[in-house]
Design a protein around this ligand. Structure first.
Ligand code: ARG
Length: 468
């Protein structure tokens, strides 16, 4: 007999052990137990409201569900692959406690709408926690932006020295990326927060359920309109894992940058000992393993997204068992990103820039060349001519092994007579930096404004109005 199974009636033979092991999801969906209990309590209350359960039955179910959640929490609950998934485990435990009252809970619902409801509740909670983690990382970045406001960094394109940027500007660039990540998650949350429960198996139910009541109890904004869509809809999950992938990619680019910056070749960063490891054979080594793994683990998250995209490919309406696999990718992507975010924030807080080493080589690489070209343009030289002329001067500097600011006045007057005296006020990195003025640029005044905006945004107390 298949007595333990919720669907035993239709079957006369036992399920093959290998099938039980192959089809189980309890090994990974047990972490949905809290959501499953909450959704079932709301469902039970609703069944009471519409008269499908008596008031005492509702009370018994709600209390027993809470007790089961407590047992799972305290690790006192026995799980078995025979009971397949978390939904069946909890229902079986209810029946063991309450007999026929337990047998009534599944009225007007199916595991198909139940599982999406649980997953949506879980994702909603995860989005809210990720927002806290992202905000904390932003806070770490803004704190570093404020701490290093006197530091000028070489800015790179193609990993070649390009133009100077304030370290504050640099840190805030990442704050922007994580802001978009937060916005994306908030947008995804709107589609997560639509109640699936009540779609039942696929077509709804002939019983007089009240889906609005369940939505209200569980804090869903609305109720899914089409029951047939509900159990096949994993759009929200794909979106969520895409959003996680983008966070992982943002983290991985930053991690790569800092791995490079921590090399002897760059020597920009002093990484904290607590976030590095040594070598078993080379005594001098201090390896940036955490950064490398933040970079490396991004591959897993993108792999999880890929898995989900391929999983839903070609699935007909409505529920198909393939969908059970969604949670494996979901949990892995989430856990990886949450852990990476936490470590990234700690690294941003603990790492220090080597101001002196950076300053010692800041005049290398012609970071002021573009400002010189723009100065020529402002003096009436056509842009292409100025570009050409400054390019030639850089070549001259390469030959003479000197900086632009060390060239004699006549070479500048050669571009346009009268150019020379003013040129020395914009050459050199410090001068070049001060010359910036456009909105959103690395101009010190612009960056100050942005820093103030970010501090307000993350409510670090009242914004500082007059400088420091
Ligand atoms: N464990 C299943 C899942 O995760 C729950 C839904 C099962 N539904 C079914 N008709 N077998 O998707």
């Amino acid at each position: 007999m298949n007595g333990q199974k919720t669907w035993g009636g239709r079957f006369s033979g036992q399920t093959d052990d290998r099938v039980e092991r192959f089809t189980e999801s309890i090994s990974f969906d047990r972490r949905l137990y809290r959501e499953d209990v909450l959704a079932s309590q709301a469902h039970a209350r609703m069944l009471g409201e519409v008269g499908l359960l008596g008031a005492h039955e509702v009370e018994q179910l709600v209390a027993a569900l809470a007790a089961i959640a407590g047992e799972i929490e305290r690790d006192e609950f026995a799980f078995s692959v025979k009971l397949e998934d978390i939904h069946t485990h909890i229902e079986r435990a209810l029946i063991e406690r309450l007999g026929d009252v337990g047998r009534k809970l599944h009225t007007g619902r199916s595991r198909n709408d139940q599982v999406v409801t649980d997953v949506k509740l879980w994702v909603r909670g995860a989005i809210d926690q990720l927002d806290v983690l992202l905000k904390d990382l932003q806070a770490a970045l803004v704190t570093a932006a404020e701490r290093d406001r006197d530091l000028v960094l070489p800015g790179y394109t193609h990993l070649q020295r390009a133009q100077p940027v304030l370290a504050t500007h640099y840190f805030l660039a990442y704050a922007e990326k994580y802001q978009r990540d937060r916005e994306r998650l908030a947008d995804c949350r709107k589609r997560v927060n639509v109640l699936p429960l009540g779609a039942a198996a696929l077509a709804g139910t002939s019983l007089p359920i009240d889906r609005d009541s369940v939505a209200r109890q569980l804090g869903f904004d609305t109720v899914a309109r089409n029951s047939l869509d509900v159990s096949s809809d994993r759009d929200f999950l794909l979106e969520f894992v895409f959003d996680l992938s983008l966070i992982a990619l943002h983290l991985s680019g930053w991690a790569e940058e800092w791995v490079l910056w921590a090399t002897t070749e760059f020597n920009f960063l002093e990484l904290p000992d607590a976030f590095c490891t040594g070598s078993s054979i080379m005594p001098h080594k201090k390896n940036p393993d955490v950064l490398e793994l933040i970079r490396g683990k991004a591959a897993r998250v993108v792999g999880d997204l890929q898995q989900l995209l391929v999983l839903v490919r070609g699935l007909p309406l409505a529920y198909n068992r393939d969908l059970q696999e969604d949670k494996v990718a979901l949990f892995d992507a989430h856990d990886t990103v949450a852990a990476s975010l936490e470590l990234a924030a700690a690294l941003v807080r603990e790492t220090r820039f080597r101001h002196d080493d950076i300053a010692a080589r800041l005049e290398d690489g012609y970071l002021d060349a573009t400002t010189l070209m723009e100065y020529c343009v402002a003096q009436g030289v056509p842009l292409r001519a100025a570009h050409e002329a400054v390019g030639r001067l850089v070549r001259l500097c390469e030959e003479k092994r000197c900086r632009l600011a060390q060239l004699p006045a006549e070479v500048f007057d050669g571009i346009r007579p009268g150019l020379a005296p003013g040129v020395y006020n914009i050459l050199g990195v410090a001068n070049a930096l001060k010359a910036f003025r456009s909105y959103g640029s690395t101009a010190p005044a612009e960056v100050e404004k942005q820093l103030r905006w970010w501090k307000e945004q993350l409510s670090f107390g009242p914004a500082v109005i007059n400088g420091r």
